[in-house]
Design a protein around this ligand. Structure first.
Ligand code: SAH
Ligand code: SF4
Ligand code: F3S
Length: 435
């Protein structure tokens, strides 16, 4: 039996797409390889959001190539956002790549593989602006599973490549989404994370559809689903209606990822984020007031073109004011084809690095104070697995998305809900004992 190996980079959207790729290959009779060296089809699912992940894609191909040198029958596939961006150039520049499939071509993957089997090399980066072709696919269900509710993005933040590599925003119908959630729930999923670049605008491309807050309620009605999460919310569209559902629907977890990107209004304006810091702060305060146990996380870009010392201090102040539970921060990276590509990338790398490290140091301090508050608290954990078989060590997450490692004197199955008393809170995981 032939085997496939998929190396996934980038966001949850890519993780979801990798499951779709796996499902197509399984349908065609392949099985998943235990390691890269074992695979007959080696596939990389790539991210181009910054330069670094793009380089990582190239080095993954380098490793695949070494395997192909030993076993020339191996086929190499290049998928995802870099594939969408570079298309046939990848085939031209790299003789080891057998096929390239962009972000909108996964429903045609079976055809592509059939051509590859016949010895062809080909690239499919055709974009389907009309529909959204995600079939419900058979997959190994995890207790915590992702469901894509929309593709693409229409926001065109000036630094961001996503609208170019994922195309225009398109929503999946309510029926498709609920059918997929039911399929997952029947297979044992208890937690669903709904995915979209801007979930708040869910449904705008459909003739009739529930609003995003209504969709959350409908997902909550599916038998077996006990927790719902979602990413990402755009601050400009983060509504009271959504905060109310987060407060009132007990299945929706108290966790919100609301990317601020920068604390300075002039930077936000040049980023084309379409909100001010005052608007953002008002939204966050409202959410915290209505949901006191809310955990908040955010993304930041450091060293955006024209970012002055004062602009950066405004970001530091915002982080200190808001006291996030988690931050993802990166140096600005120029992306080809974006509006900011025409802005002068004028913050020297050394300055970017220094600002980023100051930002991360401050966040470390904030998170360490917040983490200390968990000492002796009891939290609800959904069991996601055991660390070492038979050792009585298990792990999962609490409702606020914190990883919890704990011991239990009884054997637990993935998907069980237990109460854990935290004995040793650490920033990257809380340690405790099952009550
Ligand atoms: N749709 C989501 C984010 C998608 S990209 C949103 O709007 O929040 C994930 C994160 O990557 C972004 O939030 C941003 O912080 C970061 N990012 C995107 N483009 C970038 C670039 N050119 N340089 C550095 N970071 C970038
Ligand atoms: Fe990129 Fe902005 Fe769209 Fe997020 S909202 S994916 S940052 S363009
Ligand atoms: Fe990267 Fe594409 Fe996601 S660029 S962040 S994998 S949408």
């Amino acid at each position: 039996m032939r085997k496939f190996f998929i190396h996934t980079m980038g966001c949850q959207m890519n993780e979801y797409d990798s499951l779709r790729i796996a499902s197509v290959l399984e349908k065609m009779g392949f099985t998943e390889a235990e390691s890269m060296e074992d695979g007959d089809y080696l596939i990389v699912n790539t991210c181009s959001v910054r330069e670094k992940p793009q380089h990582k894609a190239e080095s993954a191909i380098g490793r695949f190539r070494q395997i192909k040198r030993k076993r020339p029958e191996v086929k190499i596939g290049f998928c995802g956002c870099v594939a969408q961006q570079e298309g046939t150039d990848l085939l031209k520049n790299n003789k080891d790549i057998d096929f390239v499939v962009g972000t909108d071509g996964l429903h045609r993957l079976e055809e592509v593989i059939a051509h590859v089997e016949a010895g062809e090399r080909l690239s499919d980066t055709q974009v389907n602006e009309g529909g959204l072709e995600i079939d419900i696919f058979s997959r190994t269900v995890s207790v915590s599973s992702f469901v894509t509710i929309m593709k693409g993005c229409d926001n065109f933040c000036s630094y961001c490549i996503v609208p170019y590599v994922r195309g225009r925003e398109r929503s999946r119908t309510e029926t498709e989404i609920l059918d997929e959630v039911k399929y997952l729930a029947d297979g044992g999923a208890k937690e669903i994370t709904l995915l979209g670049q801007n979930v708040n605008s869910y449904g705008t491309t459909l003739e009739s559809s529930p609003s995003f807050p209504e969709l959350l309620n409908r997902v909550g009605e599916v038998n077996g689903i006990r927790r719902i999460r979602f990413v990402t919310s755009h601050p400009k569209d983060f509504s009271d209606g959504l905060i109310e559902v987060m407060r009132d629907n007990e299945k929706v977890c108290e966790y919100l990822h609301l990317p601020l990107q920068a604390g300075s209004d002039s930077v936000l304006k040049r980023m084309n984020r379409k909100y001010t810091y005052a608007h953002y702060l008002e939204r966050v305060m409202r959410a915290k007031e209505m949901i006191p146990s809310l955990a908040l996380s955010s993304d930041f870009i450091v060293g955006f073109p024209g970012e002055t010392d004062e602009d950066f201090e405004a970001t530091m102040k915002a982080i200190n004011d808001i006291q996030y539970d988690m931050i993802f921060a990166f140096n600005y990276s120029t992306r080809p084809g974006t509006k900011a590509e025409n802005f002068e990338d004028d913050v020297p790398l050394e300055v970017k690095k220094m600002r980023l490290s100051r930002l991360l140091d401050m966040q470390k301090k904030i998170i360490s104070d917040k983490t200390a508050e968990y000492k002796d608290k009891v939290v609800e954990v959904m069991v996601e697995g055991s660390s070492k078989r038979g050792s009585g060590q298990f792990y999962g997450r609490n409702r606020q998305n914190r990883v919890v490692n704990f011991t239990s004197d009884t054997i637990l199955d993935s998907g069980e809900f237990v109460n854990v008393k935290i004995t040793d809170p650490k920033a990257n995981s809380l340690t405790g004992i099952k009550l």
